[in-house]
Design a protein around this ligand. Structure first.
Ligand code: G3P
Ligand code: MG
Length: 237
């Protein structure tokens, strides 16, 4: 079962900052999940459209210029990183799940990804693009089918993982509140990986392992990894 650090190691460091990414890399995670918004002609790594929860700013992201955003404190004196900065830090080290939140121009996204692959030796197979915006995922697949897609949902769909298969996704990303053995079986029968968010509690981690999901997103990757190791050791003995 893969471990993705959710917004970096966001349980112990400010979410979606380079500090949280470094901490996740120190924990030897399999992957790191980040959230991305477009501001002017830049892609920045931040979860919310509103600034006050995670930064020293106020109001909405869209009312700030890139320079103004970079002057904000995203926690412990960290700046809001650009996607480039995260990709440079993580290149050749682990999977990066780029969750697309507020993207206006997919050409800009491809410029970032192509640049990382060409100039940072970032491996294309390490990139997983996910979104709740399924029309955006469909457009990405039509435009650049070589990029791997993860179909996000926060609901329990009528036809289980069919929507993800229709999107030609590699994986389906489901809320831990709605996972079931029927869903996992359906997704696996369709050839899809199942990644579940956000899984931090040991009982939930054990339950995900028992369900046979392929990966979890955790805010506390070190703790979650050691619980999985404990489960594996106990099943051997
Ligand atoms: O990508 C998994 C998870 O991050 C989706 O929800 O709101 O935490 O970005 P959210
Ligand atoms: Mg996310």
């Amino acid at each position: 079962m893969l471990i993705f650090a959710h917004r970096g190691a966001s349980g112990i460091e400010p979410e979606n900052t380079l500090r949280a990414i470094r901490s996740a890399l120190d924990a030897n995670v399999d992957g790191i999940e980040i959230d991305v918004h477009q501001v002017e002609d830049k892609l920045v790594v931040i979860h919310d459209r509103w600034l006050k929860r995670t930064t020293s700013g106020n109001g909405q992201l869209k009312h700030y210029s890139f320079e103004q955003l970079r002057a904000l404190d995203a926690g412990h004196g960290e700046v809001i990183p650009t996607l480039d900065e995260v990709l440079a830090l993580t290149a050749k080290k682990c999977l990066v799940n780029i969750e697309l939140k507020g993207i206006k121009d997919i050409k800009l996204l491809f410029e970032y990804l192509d640049n990382a692959i060409a100039n940072m030796k970032f491996k294309q197979e390490h990139i997983l693009l996910s979104s709740f915006n399924h029309r955006l995922l469909a457009l990405i697949h039509r435009t650049r089918p070589e990029f791997t897609i993860g179909a996000l949902t926060s609901c329990y769909p009528l036809e289980y993982a069919k929507f993800a298969e229709k999107l030609s996704a590699y994986s389906v990303h489901l809320d831990v509140d709605f996972i079931s053995e029927h869903f996992v079986e359906d997704a696996h029968n369709r050839g899809l990986k199942v990644f579940v968010y956000t899984v931090d509690e040991t009982e939930d981690i054990s339950a995900m392992k028992a369900l046979g999901v392929d990966g979890i997103f955790s805010n506390y990757p070190t703790r979650s990894k050691s619980h999985i190791a404990h489960l594996i050791n106990n099943s051997d003995s």
